[in-house]
Design a protein around this ligand. Sequence first.
Ligand code: NAD
Length: 475
Amino acid sequence: MDRADGLKQLIDGVWTDGEGPRFSVVDKFLGGELCTAREASVAQVQAAVASARRSFEANRLDPYERYRLLSRVADLILANREELTATVIAESGVPWKDSDNEVARTAETFRVSAEEAKRLVGEMVPIQGAAGQAHRMAMTIRVPRGVVAGISAFNSPLNMVAHKAAPALAAGNAVVVKPPPATPLSGARLFELMLEAGLPPGHLNLVHGGADVGQALVEDPGVDFVTFTGSTPVGKAIRQSRGMRPVALELGSIAATIVCADADLERAAMRCAQSGFRRQGQACTSTQRLFVQREVLEPFTAMLVAETAKLKVGDPRLHDTDVGPLISERDAARAEAWVSEAVAQGARVLAGGRREGAFLQPTILADSPRGSRVLCEEIFAPVLSILPFDDLDEAIDEVNRTEFGLAAGLFTQNIERALKGAARIHVGVVHLNDASSSRVDLIPFGGVKDSGVGVEGPKYAMREMTEERLVTITL
Ligand code: NAD
């Protein structure tokens, strides 16, 4: 695909111009246009789904073949690491350190998916334990669902597409993926590499566009499973429109981290600064509420402010930059407005607070009032609020007092406090002695409450992307 020629859809193995409205992708730091493209039409979305169905029926890949092909994709990703990193930086504004790491993680997502393709198994069912059933055996087998539609968010433009496509293919499905219109380029390059690796072209369908294209994909009756990452309102709409058909939804959150007085405060401060501000706070697990035990509030706050001052804000292409521009100036202005609103209601700015264009300085707030948007809505920007607490149980009650439940961090050196806390914090992922944002790609990762349904991580996503079928054998 020649990028100067515009971004194309991949349908039935052919790179095709869109037939819908035109949109452009811009460099989030330099501001120039990276490419223009047309969105897919509804007919093209339907053609992509039909292609996936035909290919799924015609090209059943055995597990070892899936392993071989997905391993090859991992190799190709690493062979193209620099170019992919440059694309992620340009389209998302995520600094080099995190973009380069994202490319390595994407290869890992494919590598783990390839391995899991070889060990996708059901289980023996002890049917003989039922009265009069001694002449029978039973087991479950895992059967690919067929056509998996993946819809991804902007904040991790390459690895998120990988988390949609790699486990689906590893489980034996064909895919149709729709990346977000703000950051479609690295996902498109990944599809080129998957083609180059030798996966059946009809298995790999890619459509571009925004909400309308996503909606057309979700509503297509030929789609057997939808895996979606994005905001909670869109996730709820998808769930409604899919009715009884299965979905996995990785949604928003207001992640919290708790620091107890007995914690290793220096390490906690370093990890909380990263968890709050890395990727400009645009991670679903970014620490937005930081609960600190009152007796260490002063020293810990000083350490956190010092760690935050070390973060270099600026050109995402420089290798020592930590914080780049947000995905748009509009988003930075929205976050700034929420900060100003909190300040007008009594919050104090301990660090940052200033915005210039799409850049918002890493911002630490104290005394953010209960009910303020910085505490109650997902800010998706480098802003965290420090909240003192006296009693851990009360802090956990406060962590749980939100409709979200994705990830949380808890720093304490007391094992009893740690394990009791892990059991009480109502989220999908608890990191003990780490901050809320500490995902690695092979872990089961998913939220509870309004943060989603279903679990990612290749092994676990493959369970969702297959049907469990019971087989009995009468001897
Ligand atoms: P978004 O919901 O606006 O968009 C996500 C994707 O959905 C995009 O591809 C978009 O084009 C598409 N879309 C929009 N409306 C649609 C519709 N009606 N039907 C089908 N598709 C539709 O989210 P965003 O702004 O791109 O991403 C930020 C959000 O993603 C945050 O809430 C963040 O917490 C969440 N997120 C969650 C996780 C997780 O694993 N839980 C990871 C990253 C981001």
